[in-house]
Structures are given as structure tokens and as C-alpha cells.
Design a protein around this ligand. Sequence first.
Ligand code: SF4
Length: 194
Amino acid sequence: MAAHLTKQELLDALYRPYRKCQECPLGTLGRNKVVFGEGNVDAELFLIGEAPGRREDLEGRPFIGQSGLFLDTALAKVGIERNSLFITSIVKCRPPNNRVPLPLEISTCTSLFLYNQIKIIKPRIICALGSVALNTLMSAKLSITKVRGTPLEYKDGILLIPTYHPAYLLRNRSKLNDSLADLALIRTYLSKTD
Ligand code: SF4
């Protein structure tokens, strides 16, 4: 990567050839827009969900539907502003009927985009939202219920703290306090200077 380019320029160069990406089957299964992600390119916190939903697919922006609004409210409750972080998903195209992305789709898309986004942005903390993000990033089969709120070592000194996906919280409101505790822990880590 050219050292003189800004992070935003590097991200733009990463996305530019793939605005109509068909590198995995999700590119040909009715997707409208590729949702690469957005946010503060100097973010210390990088949030990663599973896949775009209906509204995200139509508008090409991540976490703007009901789940996104719910997430924004939860973040605000613990003092984390949406404009301070970067947010994206494991796969950048909406799976048909919101099904779980398949292994080939995940491996193709993360190799092309997510791992490069992490390299460019260089966050201190990744928050994996839900089990698909958790298990993809940790290359493991972990239970989100068991490890949520636990700081895990991702790589290159980046800490990974998992919590529930906001879409799951919308259906299981009793878990909201657990998730708020996880986000508050992230807030505490972010406030540590090192
Ligand atoms: S999910 Fe990723 S790899 Fe697959 S078509 Fe969409 S952008 Fe390309």
C-alpha cells in the first residue's frame, strides 16, 4: 500500500473496482447495493455485524434500519458516539431473506474487504456483533452467550470484545442489560490511554 495515501483514499481504492461486486454468489442473488461500511477512518473502535439487511441493501449504508437505530441508542447510553467509530459487516451484500452467509461467501468477502479494512483503519478494539462475526474473526466455534463481554486477543495487538447482535436484542430484550454491560466495558477500554 502506498504510504502517502490517506486512510480514506486507501479505502476508496479498495472499494472502487467492486461497486457491483460478483466475486461470491451473494453478488448475483438479488442484492441492490454493496454495503462496504462507513464511519471514522481514525476510529479506535471497529464494530462488525453479520450482513446488510433490507434497508441497508437499498441505501448502501450499514446499520441504518431498526437494528442500527437500536444499536445507536445502546451506544449512546454508555457514552459512545456513532461518529467516533467505524462500522461494517462480515459480508457486504444482503443474503436472500436475510439468511446466514455461507462459508464460501464469508471467506471470499472477508479476504477481499474486511481484513483490508481492519489493516487500513488499525482500530484498538473490535466489537464483534453476534456469533457470525465472532466466529469468523476468531476462526473458531465459540458461543456468543459464553464469551460475550470477554476481551479476546484478535491479532496485531487488537482486542476483540464480542456482544449480541442488535437484531437479536430486538427479539430478546431481556439480554439488553448484558449487551449494555459489554459496551460499557468497551467504553472503559477506550478511555485507557494504554
Ligand atoms: S458479499 Fe462480498 S464478495 Fe460477495 S459479492 Fe458481495 S461484496 Fe462481493
